[in-house]
Design a protein around this ligand. Structure first.
Ligand code: AGP
Length: 614
């Protein structure tokens, strides 16, 4: 979703802003823009589409812009108003002197716009953001101080925002503030950076101050002042960012998604090296502050998440209930936050989020925290808002995921659930020694098995070619792999825009079977174990309706060749860890289908990497 970058110092602001925006491109966006202070005048350039369009627009003017040492930039993911050049940020006040970039949504923008129009403000865009530029200009006209004008303006705003603002009459100054959206100020040597995401600035500095809600940073090239909107002075708390300089390189792969799929075996190895050394050793989860006393009083676990993270949570439910005998409820965060939830201090609430910034999940865990629940966050971003507010934390350590379609972070989240379940079972004393030993052994074997799938990826590419012309798909599974069906279908939808649906195989006959004929491929996730025969019967039912049958299986049963037109075979695996193996061919299938269809695999239309609006 949207990305902000700001700079003030001695370097070339244009290069730093464009570079910072390019490092946030992976978040998904549809237009981009920058505002630079050039010889005491603000110059704004914006353009719809990808960053390259903005670069081309700037090119003829570049020589005069290179001397600028301060500016703000933005990539926008449209919420209010179409993804056009006019709606791209920065937005300007009527006088053109105030420029604003914004992440989030100003919920009361309609009322404010009406009021500002009555005062003579001329609006150029359909965005909610533009009101901020006019409000700041209006307040500045009264108080003649940009920081104060921003404080006064933001007091009028409802909703969420991270804002970076400049005024043409206030030299050498950038003002930044936030509420319910992340924003940090990077501290360099005689220079400062503002960013909504670490990759934008990490190659320039590893030191940063994370702004808290309602704090306002006034940034000059040689000084950073922070206060809250009530004028209390805040001492900046400079942290060292837990990131190495981020190489957003495809390392020879055609797309980040393919590279990230290939990183999965090593990610599992790293997780295990850190938390589970051998099948005889205990799991160690340093950031998890759950003890025996807490577990004694625990009556349930609730897991809130969205999208792919929600699918990881469904597997988590299965495994925690199996190993720990504790009831686990799963809910999409966006549903959880708008109903009465029976959460209290005896509930453990687990928030799962790759980005740690998803607005629905953040709201859900905050609501539960207010009711006294212990909050455990499973995230790939230990520097995220969710991680910072958590009582317990499991960083999944998948490394920055660039492709909008989550792959490696999903596997790492699922791994985290296995380790958490074993950890809770150890604490609770519900450990079934032989089962956990088998499970640990299977986890340790996973990287090798995934590598074997990856080494045969051409076979999946062939199948993808055959099926890339179909308009609809059904994925069926049962038990622990139901989530695999959902996730496989989501991957296909996200990057190829094909209508794919995941069903519990037993549900097929309760309605969806009506859709089946020779135009509908049915992909059966047929992993050996307790529900294998059941899914086989459900697959027969689908075959009887002329559906095109594909299997994903670890079974070597040759009879499957009669039932299925195409079979993706994977190494044999224990049923309990089979989702980690089964998802890999489905990630590849979605990837290759999208590739054949010529889709923008890493940045699918309409999607954002981090969804910071509800
Ligand atoms: C995954 O491929 C999707 N891009 C999306 O469903 C994602 O999982 C969802 O938006 C939740 O994001 P989070 O994990 O960062 O909270």
């Amino acid at each position: 979703m949207c990305g902000i970058v700001g700079y003030i110092g001695k370097g070339c602001a244009l290069d730093i802003l464009l570079n910072g925006l390019s490092k946030q491109e992976y978040r998904g966006y549809d237009s981009a823009g920058v505002a630079l202070m050039v010889n005491d005048k603000i110059e704004v350039f914006k353009e719809e589409g990808k960053l390259i369009n903005l670069r081309n627009k700037i090119k003829p003017h570049a020589s005069k812009l290179l001397s600028s040492h301060s500016g703000i930039g933005h990539i926008r993911w449209a919420t209010h108003g179409a993804p056009t050049t006019l709606n791209a940020h920065p937005h300007q006040s009527t006088c053109g002197k105030v420029v604003v970039v914004h992440n989030g949504i100003i919920e009361n923008f309609k009322e404010l716009k009406e009021e500002l129009e009555k005062c003579g403000c001329k609006f150029k865009s359909q965005t909610d953001t533009e009101v901020v530029a006019h409000l700041v200009a209006q307040e500045f006209a009264k108080v003649k101080n940009l920081t104060e004008a921003v404080c006064l303006a933001t007091k009028r705003l409802e909703g969420s925002y991270a804002l970076c603002i400049m005024h043409q009459d206030v030299k050498d100054t950038v003002v930044a503030t936030k509420r319910n959206a992340p924003l940090l100020v990077g501290v360099g040597d005689g220079e400062y950076f503002v960013a909504s995401d670490v990759p934008a600035i990490i190659e320039y500095t590893k030191k940063a101050v994370y702004l808290e809600d309602n704090q306002v940073a006034t940034i000059h090239s040689d000084f950073l002042g922070i206060m809250d909107v009530e004028h209390n002075i805040i001492t900046p708390h400079i942290e060292v960012l837990p990131w190495e300089s981020v190489s957003l390189s495809k390392m020879g792969y055609k797309h980040f998604m393919l590279k990230e799929i290939h990183e999965q075996p090593d990610i599992i190895r790293n997780i295990l090296a850190d938390k589970l050394h051998s099948s005889d050793s205990d799991v160690t989860l340093d950031g998890v502050n759950i003890d025996k006393v807490m577990l004694k009083h625990l009556n349930r676990i609730q897991v809130v998440a969205c999208g792919t993270s929600l699918h990881a949570a469904i597997i988590g439910k299965y495994i925690i209930e199996t190993l720990c005998d504790i009831a686990v409820d799963i809910e999409p965060s966006s549903e959880y936050i708008y109903r009465k939830t029976l959460t209290d201090k005896n509930t453990l609430v687990i928030g799962v989020s790759q980005s740690g910034e998803t607005a629905d999940t953040l709201t859900a865990v905050r609501q539960s925290k207010k009711r006294g629940s212990h909050i455990l966050i499973i995230t790939n971003r230990p520097d995220s808002t969710m991680a910072r507010e958590a009582d317990s934390l499991i960083p999944v350590n998948a490394g920055i995921e660039v492709s909008v379609a989550a792959t490696k972070s999903y596997i790492a989240q699922v791994m985290s659930f296995y380790l958490l379940a074993i950890h809770i079972a150890q604490l609770k004393g519900t450990v079934d020694e032989s089962l956990t030993a088998a499970l640990k052994h299977e986890l340790i074997m996973l990287p090798m098995k995934i590598e074997s799938i990856l080494s045969h990826k051409e076979q999946i590419a062939e199948i993808a070619k055959i099926y890339s012309g179909f308009k609809n798909f059904v994925f069926i599974a049962r038990g622990i792999n139901y989530a695999t069906a959902l996730e496989g279908a989501l991957k296909l939808k996200e990057i190829s825009y094909i209508n794919a649906t995941g069903y519990p195989a037993g549900e097929l006959k309760h309605g969806p079977i009506a859709m089946l004929d020779e135009t509908m491929p049915v992909l059966s996730i047929l992993m050996t174990g307790s529900v294998y025969d059941k899914i086989l019967s459900n697959s027969e039912e689908a075959k009887a309706r002329n559906a095109r049958m594909i299997a994903l299986t670890d079974s070597e049963d040759e009879k499957l060749d009669e039932l299925f037109e195409h079979i993706m075979r994977v190494p044999q695996v224990h049923e309990l860890v089979s989702p980690i193996i089964a998802i890999v061919p489905l990630q590849l299938l979605a990837y290759y289908i999208a590739e054949y269809l010529g889709k923008d695999v890493d940045q699918p239309r309409n999607l954002a990497k981090s969804v910071t609006v509800e």
